[in-house]
Structure formats: C-alpha cells, structure tokens
Design a protein around this ligand. Structure first.
Ligand code: FMN
Ligand code: SF4
Length: 507
C-alpha cells in the first residue's frame, strides 16, 4: 500500500540518477520516496533504459538503419568486444546505421533542417531569434487574441493525430479548474521521425517562446517538457535556451519549467502514457474520455502539444493566422518532413503541407536506386507503392489511399528491399513496444511477428499468413490506443501492394 505523502512522481528520476534498476536500488528508492519497493521495481522494469542499464551501446533496429546494415554494425561491435544490444528506432534515421552510446554522443550532422526552396514555406529559421516578439504581442493583446489567431491559422497537431490546436487551447482555457498544465511532447519515438530533435537543436527559442505563449494563454503556472531519454544533447540545448530567455528577462517568473527525461519506451509518446510516466507509473495509455484538456496531468486540465506544433506558434502570432493558413497547399501551414532510407540526402525538409512524395524525393536529392515503396508517416503509416508518389502528403489525402501522414517520418525503399523483411522489421518493433495492457495488441502483435517468421522459415508458404486479416481486424477494432490500432498496417499494406512477395496473386 502506498503511504500518504509518498513521492511517486520522483521515482523515475531517482531511478535514473542511480543508474537504473541495479541491485538494491529499488529498496533505496522505496526508502527515499515511500512508494512500495515492488511497485518501484514494477515501474522501473517497464522502461528499457532503466531495466537494462548495462546493455552497452544501443544499435538502432529502425527500418532506415536496418537498410543501412545496422546488423553489420552490431557484428562489428561484437568483433571488437564492445558490449552492445539492439534497440528500437533511435530518431537518428538520417545518420543510419545509428547507435547510441550515452558516454559518447555522435557529433551533429551539418544542418539537416533544410529550408525548402518553395517561397510559400515558412522559414522557421527566419522566425527564430531571441527577440520574443510573439510573446510580447501575446501579452499585449491577450489570450483570446492568441487562440483566435491559432484558429485562423488552421494549425493541426504535428505529433501524429493532426488535431486542431485551437480546440485544445480553448478547451483548457475554458475549464473552471485553475490548476492547469502545459506539457511538451518531445519523446519523438515513431520510427523514421527525427524532426522534433532538429527543431530543438536548431531553433530552441521557437519552442521556448511557443511554450511561454501557451502558459500565458492558458494561465498555466507549470510547464513540463518530456524529452526522449536518448536525446541528451536536445535536453541540454533546450535547458540552455530557457536559461538564455531568463537572462533576457522575457520569461515570466510565475511559471515553473521542468525538463523530464524519458526512459526508453516508445509508447510514452502517446499523450496519456506520457502523463502516466510523468506521474511515476508504467507508461500505459489511459482510456479516453476524459481527455487531457479536462483531466490530464495530476487529473487537471492539460495542454499536450508536439514540439513542431508549439514551434509554429511564434510565427503564427508574428505573421498572422491567415499567413500560416495560406502557407499550405492542400491543408494549412508548412510541415517538416523527415526523409530517410534510400535517398541521396537524408534530412528534415520543410515544405508546404500537401507537397507530393515526388517533390520530397527531389528535395532529398532523389532515390538511391529505383523506388519500390515508401512509408509516408512512420512505422504506423504502413507502406505505399512507388506509383503513389503523386499523392499529397497531408492528413486528408493519405488516409484515402490507406495510409496516414502521422509524424511525417518518410522512409524510402528501393527495389532491393524484400517487403516481407520490411514488414517483419515493423512487426518486431510493435511487439517490443506494446505496453501489454490490452489483449488484442499484446497478443496480436506477437501473432503477426510469429506468422511472418513462420512464412520465411517455411520457404514462403502463404498458408502461414491465412489469419492476418482476422488478427489485424481485432487489433484495429479493440485496442485501447493508436499503437495497437496501427500495428498491423505495415503487414497488411505490404500484402495489399506487393501480394506476390507474400505468396498471393501476381502483383
Ligand atoms: C503509439 C503512439 C505514439 C506517439 N508518439 C508521439 C511522439 O513521439 N511525439 C508526439 O508528439 N506525439 C506522439 N503521439 C501523439 C500524441 O498522443 C499526441 O496526439 C500529441 O502529442 C499531441 O500533440 P499535437 O496535437 O501537437 O500533435 C503518439 C501517439 C501514439 C498513439
Ligand atoms: S493498444 Fe497496445 S500499446 Fe496501446 S494500450 Fe493497448 S496494449 Fe498498450
């Protein structure tokens, strides 16, 4: 039983500071916080970085890294006697094959955040700076003006769901409860996605200013930033930017800023799982409703926004909502697209919302080899064939062709790629990262991976894949959160577009 006054929210940070779940640590944390030791152990084991602190160098298994021979990299580490393990996508797809050594972070790649050549795209660089004009304008004109401008801009969330930002801001603002929170989701774990990393590294003041504006407009007194555990440099950059803004006197002293480490769990990017992590629990998504705008962090109204979404706010207030609205081609605004896999120049490209895949490929220097397929928005978006390169890369057009924009983590596959292996790579990821809370996802992800392995082991006997449709239907319909709902898509979309590789038909 947890004692009254136990410091549950502190346990993950203390576990992190003690170097993870080493012998005796859960007992020490229990003594320090009053949370039962078994509970601390149970929470700690949920997070990869805490449960296995001595795993050594983590070698990325994301699809882009796999294509760039991350298996070979791991074998080299093994040959050198360097302790290493495989890990889920590290958010470094532009540096494939990537690895993460906490004691030896790789140097920054020269400015991957490349402004597009399209004159209508927002140049995030131009909007950056330490002038904080948008914050000054917001405080002068007031919260209603801020939210009206957001509404006029048509900004939708860039974290994956594409939900209109102004609706969330207004919903939090309209709550009778005055204890409110702003939470920044910087957990960036969707395989193929690395834009939030670049935004914070290259334009940290946009993020600080956007958050300060949100806290002002919603009258929140605390801001929490949840930063992916493997993004040490990102966290340091953001902390330095907050410090600099304080020195400049532009941040209101009445607002407290908290930078919180993630601990290696993809599911904590899901907003309610993230809240569970902030509250010192296993990152298991909550049932919605109630939505975080009503009952979020500590049960209080909470705005949760993605890094890219928040970084758009200063430009919207400086240049006007209408300007942002018109910057998009098919939907409002510009968008950061992450290009990796078989492209000449992997990186983050800013383009008008609705740019086509063909144009993005051109920006990234073209395909290495011959295009076969692409994943438009991270692992959750499945695969599309090469003949879909003229589809608008936005939140409306991609669902019409059975995919989604998601976090715009575009992975490009050339004709050397075996789609069965590509689908298996994603299946392994989802099985590993399922929080295990609901059966359709926990069991479904396992069955999908097993079926693919049996298919390969049997010399591609299509009968091993007979129940894919039934399993994926159950996962889509009955999973609590987006992970389980999307986890079958890589396989079902690959089977649909490349049936011959799965032993069906002639495609
Ligand atoms: C499995 C899963 C993983 C997610 N991972 C992230 C993530 O890493 N970063 C993020 O901003 N949103 C992620 N999301 C979306 C969040 O739940 C949420 O919609 C988002 O943070 C809200 O911010 P936005 O409206 O600015 O996009 C994820 C959702 C799901 C279902
Ligand atoms: S769908 Fe999967 S990840 Fe989401 S709550 Fe259920 S078990 Fe957890």
């Amino acid at each position: 039983m947890e004692k009254k006054g136990a410091r549950r929210e502190a346990i993950l940070e203390i576990l992190h500071d003690r170097g993870g779940l080493r012998e005796g640590v859960s007992k020490e944390v229990h003594q320090e916080t009053g949370v039962p030791e078994a509970d601390i152990y149970g929470v700690g084991t949920f997070y990869h970085l805490l449960s296995d602190p001595d795993a050594g160098v983590r070698v990325c298994q994301g699809l882009s890294c796999k294509l760039a021979d991350s298996d070979g990299l791991k074998a080299r580490f093994d040959a050198e006697g360097k302790k290493s393990c495989f890990t889920a996508c590290l958010g470094r797809c532009d540096m494939a094959p990537a690895f993460w050594d906490p004691d030896d972070e790789p140097p920054l790649v020269e400015c991957a955040l490349s402004p597009s050549s399209d004159a209508h795209a927002i140049d995030l660089a131009a909007a950056d700076g330490t002038g904080y004009e948008a914050l000054a304008r917001a405080t002068e004109r007031g919260p209603d003006w801020v939210i009206d401008e957001l509404e006029a801009s048509g900004l939708t969330g860039r974290g994956g769901a594409g939900f209109p930002a102004h609706i969330k801001w207004r919903a939090v603002r309209n709550q009778a409860e005055t204890e409110r929170y702003v939470v920044l989701n910087a957990d960036e774990g969707e395989p193929g996605t690395f834009k939030d990393r670049e935004v914070i590294l290259r334009r940290p003041h946009l993020v600080v200013e956007g958050l300060a504006i949100a806290a002002f407009a919603l009258e929140a007194r605390e801001i929490y930033v949840y930063v992916r555990g493997e993004f040490g440099r990102v966290k340091r950059e953001l902390a330095a930017a907050i410090e600099r803004a304080r020195e400049l006197g532009v941040l209101d002293d009445s607002v407290a800023w908290h930078l919180v480490d993630g601990h290696g769990a993809y599911i904590c990017g899901e907003e309610t799982a993230l809240l569970e992590a902030l509250e010192g629990r296993r990152g298991m998504p909550r049932m919605k409703p109630p939505f975080p705008v009503e009952k979020g962090f500590r049960g209080k109204p909470t705005l949760i926004q993605n890094v890219e979404s928040i970084a758009c706010v200063p430009a919207i207030l400086n240049r006007g909502g209408t300007w942002f609205q018109e910057a998009g081609r098919t939907q409002p605004g510009s968008k950061l697209y992450c290009m990796s896999g078989h492209v000449v120049r992997p990186g983050v490209y800013e383009a008008p919302m609705g740019v086509t895949m063909a144009e993005l490929l051109e920006m990234a220097g073209g395909v290495v080899g011959t295009l076969k397929a692409f994943s438009p928005g991270g692992a959750s978006s499945g695969f599309l064939p090469a003949d879909q390169i003229d589809v608008a890369m936005d939140f409306a057009a991609l669902p019409k062709v059975g995919s989604m924009l998601g976090s715009a983590g575009v992975v490009v596959l050339n004709d050397t790629v075996d789609m069965v292996e590509a689908a298996l790579n994603q299946a392994v990821f989802f099985e590993d990262e399922s929080c295990g809370q609901c059966a359709p996802c926990r069991i479904g992800t396992q069955i999908l991976r097993q079926m693919l392995e049996r298919y390969l082991a049997s010399g591609r006997d299509a009968s091993t894949l007979e129940i894919v449709d039934d399993v994926s239907w159950g996962m889509c319909e009955a999973s609590i959160c987006g992970l389980g709902q999307a986890a079958a898509l890589p396989l079902t979309s690959a089977m649909k577009h490349f049936p011959r590789e799965f032993g069906v038909g002639t495609g």
